[in-house]
Ligand binder design. Sequence first.
Ligand SMILES: Cc1ncc(COP(=O)(O)O)c(C=O)c1O
Length: 352
Amino acid sequence: MSRPIQARIDATALAQNLRVIRKRSASRILAVIKADAYGHGVLRAAEALEEADGFGLLNIRDALRVREAGHRQPILLLEGCFDANDMALAAEHGLSCVVHSDWQLGLLDAYPKRAALEVWLKINTGMNRLGFNPQDVPAVIARLRGHAAVGNVVLMTHFANADEGSIDAPLNLFRDIAAQFRLPRSLANSAALLRYPQIHGEWVRPGLALYGASPFAETSAAALGLKPVMTLSSRVIAVRELRAGDEVGYGATFRAERSMRVGIVACGYADGYPRHAGTGTPVLVAGQRTRSLGRVSMDMLCVDLSALSGAGVGSEVVLWGEGLPVEEIALSAGTISYELMCGLTARVPVVG
Ligand SMILES: Cc1ncc(COP(=O)(O)O)c(C=O)c1O
């Protein structure tokens, strides 16, 4: 028997979350399936999200795999092409490309043939990551419009504060530019599409919400009608009885105040469970909520079984997913649910 850890993917929940988003937006939905669909498996996600109007990816090899699997929707390369070879492949396979910098305009110029490449022109509205500054956009659009290799142009931006705080300033910058051109627009990731229905434009670009996690600190995924897609589970592989004063794990960061039962779970940071999740991180054992104890080690973590009389060796442990939102674990570990889902390591079998 193999080690009992696995990440189970609920494809029905993925499709259901897409329907929830569809009800909240009349725009076309570009399902973001980069980073191996946030750890859920890119081909599995593309299949479950077949009703999506398009897919957003990073890596051209993944885009070609999605095409080869028979998905005919538009596929957008979210960082665009990295060299002339990519550009030729994108043109050949009908992939759309973000263009965010002058050097990528240069790649277009080097493309020797006529093509109808769809270009999503990225505008930097204050995040200062990728994108042309607003004042440069009219000239870039003029260049794209006259370009033999370019077909449709879509205007896009990405907000730094869609989940909390204000997007007023970047939104106004984007609107001022976009108002000068009759071009389709795309502004919203999960947080922006859930929080600002008025800014959806022609395309929305959800990632996180599709996977059933909430982008907001104060609103749970369940309250948004979203279901977790990934459930990371394992089993208790040993049980120890502790006396008052006994310590647990590396660094002896947990010391028992009274006698306790402790379960050792086959899941550690080498599986992608966050080492920074300290004592008290919630865990489900045999369907009941309890807490972790001490430091997470490479292959194992310890849980409190003292109040769970029926639990023992072989009991199922849910680390996150159904019944235990990944957001809770992220909070305990001082990170975000994206990092946990994307951070599953290759040794964890992804099933379902
Ligand atoms: C440009 C762009 N659009 C959309 C998304 C999806 O964001 P989210 O997963 O928050 O919905 C991302 C993700 O990082 C992104 O980089």
